[in-house]
Design a protein around this ligand. Structure first.
Ligand SMILES: [Zn+2]
Length: 496
C-alpha cells in the first residue's frame, strides 16, 4: 500500500491517493470484522452430553412430538427447547461398504471420523484400530460415561469407546471397557459380566467381570432401588477408608440382555433412561467436566418389529431423559447438549392413502384423531404379545384365546380369521419379513392406526444433529456423519 502511495506524486496522483485512502478507510472495519470472525474459536463447553436415539431420524421425532402433543398434551423438548434455542444439522449416514448403514458403522463414523464397513467397531476396513470419542475424551482429562437401554456391549456404546473387528465380539468389547475404565457404564448385558457356568452367562471364559470392575474401584448396581442410592460422595469416602481417594465410578447392569421397552417396563424394578441419566450426571459432575453418551436402543428395536405404539412410548421416554439433561444444563450452562441418531429404521410411514386390502376391500387411511386414539390405547409391545400368544394353534380355541388377549393389548383393533391365521402361522407378508410374526401383526394393526412401514430394516434417510449450549453453532448445516466426530474431536482439543 505504501509503495502505491509513494508513486502518487502528481496532482492526479494526489487525487488517486485520496481515493485509495477513502477505499481503505471504508473497507477496513469490514475487513477487520471478517478477520475476527474467521479466528473466532467455538465457545468452550465443560461438559458434552450426547442423547442418541438409535434408529431415529426426523420422521420418528416428528411422530414423537405430534403424539406427545395430541395424546399427552405435552410439548417435545427436542423441538421446543433444543432446536428452538440452538442449531439443527442433518447428516448423511452411508457406510464404507453400503449405502444403508448398520449401527456399528454409523456409530464408528460418528465417534472416530472415519467410514468403516457395516459391522465394524471403530476399526478401519484395513483392520486398523481407530480412536473412539470416549478414548480421546479420557486422554483430554474428561470423565466419561456410557448409558444405554441395550446391552452395554451393543454396537453404539461400543463404537464410542473401544475398537473391535466385529460388533459380535461382545466379550472383547466388555473386556475393553474394563481396560478403558469409563467412569459410568450402565445398561443391560449382565450376561457378559458373569463367569462361564453361572446362570445366564454368555462368556466363553470363567472371568467374573462384575467382580473385576468392583475390584478396580467401581460401585456395582443391578436394580432401580440400588441405582437410586448412587451417591458419588459416599463412594469417594468408602475408597478413602481403604486409603485411596478416587472419584466414584459406577457399573450398572439392569438386565441380562436388552432392557425392557418403555411400554412393557416394570417401573418398580427397572430404571428408566431418565433415571439412569440423572444418576450418571450426578456421578460424573466435577471440575474436570465430562462427556456422556445416553442411548435409547428401543427406538431402533421397536421399529425393526414395526411396533408403532412401543416406538411412540420410547420416543416419549427419550424426551423424558432429554428434559432431565436440560434441567441439568439450566444449572450448569457450560454444558453442550446434542440430540442425534445413527440411521432411520423401518421406513416409518404414517400415511394418508387409499389402499386395497387382501380381502379386496378399498379403504381410505389417514392418521386422524380416532386412529391416533387406537394407537394411544395399546397396552403392550408386539414382542410381549407374541410371547404371550406363542403357544396358540390355528384352530377355534386358539383364535378365541388370541382375540381375548388382543382385546386387552390392542383395544379397538379388529382381526379377521385370515389375520389371526397369518399371525399364528407367522406368515410373511410383503417385504417385512425379518421379524415374524411381529411385522405381520404390525400390518394388521396398521389398518386401524394408519401407520405403515416401508421395511423391517434400516433406511438411508439423513439423521439429525440438534445442539444447544456453548459451541452449538458448529453443528448447523448438512454434512457427513464422519464430520460429526470431527466437530467433537475439535471441541475436545479446546476443552482441555
Ligand atoms: Zn437396527
Amino acid at each position: 500500500m505504501l509503495e502505491i502511495l509513494k508513486r502518487c506524486r502528481t496532482e492526479a496522483g494526489r487525487i488517486s491517493r485520496f481515493i485509495i485512502l477513502l477505499f481503505v478507510f471504508l473497507w477496513l472495519p469490514l475487513a477487520l470484522s471478517l478477520a475476527s470472525q474467521a479466528q473466532a474459536a467455538p465457545e468452550r463447553p465443560r461438559n458434552v452430553i450426547i442423547l442418541f436415539a438409535d434408529g431415529a431420524a426426523m420422521t420418528q421425532f416428528e411422530f414423537g412430538a405430534y403424539t406427545a402433543r395430541k395424546l399427552r398434551g405435552q410439548d417435545y423438548a427436542l423441538f421446543d427447547h433444543v432446536i428452538a434455542n440452538g442449531s439443527l444439522g442433518l447428516m448423511s449416514t452411508f457406510s464404507n461398504d453400503a449405502f444403508v448403514t448398520d449401527s456399528a458403522a454409523a456409530a464408528s463414523a460418528m465417534s472416530t471420523g472415519h467410514k468403516v464397513n457395516n459391522g465394524a467397531i471403530a476399526t478401519s476396513p484395513q483392520g486398523k484400530a481407530l480412536t473412539p470419542l470416549m478414548l480421546a475424551a479420557k486422554r483430554a482429562g474428561k470423565r466419561i460415561g456410557l448409558v444405554t437401554t441395550a446391552p452395554v456391549y451393543d454396537a453404539t456404546p461400543a463404537a464410542f469407546a473401544v475398537s473391535a473387528k466385529s460388533r459380535k465380539d461382545h466379550q472383547q468389547i466388555v473386556d475393553g471397557y474394563l481396560a478403558l475404565q469409563p467412569d459410568v457404564l450402565m445398561g443391560g448385558g449382565r450376561d457378559m459380566f458373569l463367569p462361564k457356568g453361572a446362570a445366564g452367562s454368555a462368556r466363553k471364559d470363567t472371568r467374573d467381570l462384575a467382580r473385576d470392575f468392583a475390584e478396580s474401584g467401581y460401585g456395582v448396581v443391578q436394580s432401580r432401588a440400588e441405582l437410586a442410592k448412587i451417591n458419588p460422595g459416599e463412594h469417594i469416602q468408602r475408597e478413602a477408608g481403604a486409603g485411596k481417594l478416587v472419584p466414584g465410578k459406577w457399573l450398572g447392569l439392569f438386565a441380562l440382555e436388552d432392557m425392557a421397552f418403555e411400554i412393557d417396563r416394570d417401573k418398580q424394578a427397572e430404571p428408566s433412561l431418565a433415571e439412569m441419566t440423572k444418576a450418571a450426571m450426578s456421578a460424573l459432575e466435577g471440575q474436570a467436566g465430562f462427556v456422556l453418551l445416553l442411548e435409547n436402543e428401543s427406538t431402533d428395536t421397536t421399529a425393526h418389529q414395526n411396533d408403532a405404539a412401543s416406538l411412540m412410548h420410547d420416543l416419549w421416554a427419550f424426551d423424558a431423559a432429554l428434559r432431565v439433561v436440560l434441567e441439568y444444563k439450566a444449572r450448569h450452562p457450560d454444558t453442550l447438549v446434542i440430540v442425534t441418531g445413527d440411521h432411520e429404521t423401518g421406513g416409518l410411514s404414517p400415511t394418508y392413502v387409499r389402499r386395497k386390502h387382501a380381502d379386496g376391500k378399498m379403504q381410505d387411511i389417514k392418521l386422524d384423531d380416532a386412529r391416533l386414539a387406537n394407537l394411544g390405547n395399546i397396552k403392550g409391545s408386539l414382542a410381549s404379545f407374541v410371547n404371550k400368544t406363542a403357544d396358540l394353534r390355528d384352530n377355534a380355541a386358539g383364535h378365541n384365546a388370541f382375540k381375548r388377549i388382543a382385546a386387552e393389548y390392542f383395544p379397538g383393533v379388529s382381526f379377521t380369521p385370515a389375520d389371526l391365521a397369518a399371525v399364528i402361522n407367522k406368515t410373511p407378508s410383503e417385504e417385512q419379513t425379518s421379524y415374524l410374526p411381529h411385522n405381520t401383526l404390525a400390518q394388521i394393526i396398521g389398518k386401524n392406526t394408519g401407520i405403515y412401514w416401508g421395511t423391517s430394516g434400516h433406511t438411508p434417510e439423513p439423521v439429525i444433529a440438534a445442539a444447544t449450549g456453548p459451541g452449538h453453532h458448529i453443528f448447523q448445516g448438512y454434512y457427513d456423519n464422519t464430520d460429526f466426530a470431527k466437530k467433537l474431536h475439535q471441541l475436545l482439543d479446546i476443552m482441555q
